[in-house]
Ligand binder design. Structure first.
Ligand SMILES: C[S@@+](CC[C@H](N)C(=O)[O-])C[C@H]1O[C@@H](n2cnc3c(N)ncnc32)[C@H](O)[C@@H]1O
Length: 203
């Protein structure tokens, strides 16, 4: 398996996981910016693109590159999140209830892209399109709290005047890793979202 990613950290993480599973000899990391085109990888049976296409400057071009890279009969499995995950209960015990809903409403996220038509235009034949629910209940391992913190910090970076000062203060309290209200200290976090996967074949 060859993993292509722009980020050396992601490739390093993958190499560590492969090592831990005794799969180092079967996993090769290739650092490449797919916005600059696909690296030469030889004949490919399967392209697995999870939560990455939305990062690309020109996803159409990256899909066309995947099509060209696949052997005839090869499969593309494409997964994208339908909406940013939710983590918090409605009442978090600090500030006004409903904070997370107000954060998402304030940012008015673009609707999720349905890649079905684009895949067909690229030349792929759709084999399946399936939504998956992610609904992880509390208590969750510490990694979930770190994930929540990263996601909430990203949302916070896009927010300023769109939310009342009181909400921004509550959000900042959740993101103060050393503070008493840090999201890292919570044992009531959940992870709720949906993802859609498309399986499409190069004829
Ligand atoms: C949300 S992460 C998903 C990672 C992994 N596929 C997974 O499912 O856990 C998005 C990944 O896309 C990578 N990425 C973003 N832009 C890229 C680009 N232009 N070329 C290659 N990889 C890119 C990021 O470095 C990151 O590892």
């Amino acid at each position: 398996m060859t993993a292509v990613d722009l980020s050396p950290q992601m490739l390093h993480r993958l190499a560590e996981k492969a090592y831990a599973l005794g799969l180092s000899d079967r996993v090769i990391g290739v650092r490449a910016d797919l916005n600059d085109g696909w690296p030469a990888l030889g004949t490919i049976d399967l392209v697995w693109a999870a939560a990455s296409l939305h990062h690309m400057a020109e996803p159409d071009r990256v899909l066309a590159g995947a099509f060209d890279a696949l052997r005839p009969g090869g499969l593309l499995a494409l997964t994208e999140m339908d909406f940013f995950p939710r983590f918090l209960p409605d009442d978090i015990g600090v500030g006004r209830p409903g904070l997370e809903a107000r954060v998402h409403a304030a940012l008015s996220p673009a609707p999720a892209v349905d890649w079905t038509d684009q895949l067909a235009r690229t030349g792929f034949v759709l084999e399946a399109r399936r939504p998956f629910s992610v609904d992880l209940a509390a208590p969750l391992p510490p990694a979930a709290a770190r994930y929540a913190e990263v996601c909430l910090r990203k949302l916070r970076s896009h927010l300023d005047e769109q939310l009342p000062v009181e909400d921004l203060a509550t959000l900042d309290a959740l993101l103060d890793s050393e503070g008493p209200h840090s999201v890292l200290r919570r044992d009531d976090l959940t992870v709720r979202t949906t993802r859609t996967t498309w399986a499409a074949r190069r004829p």
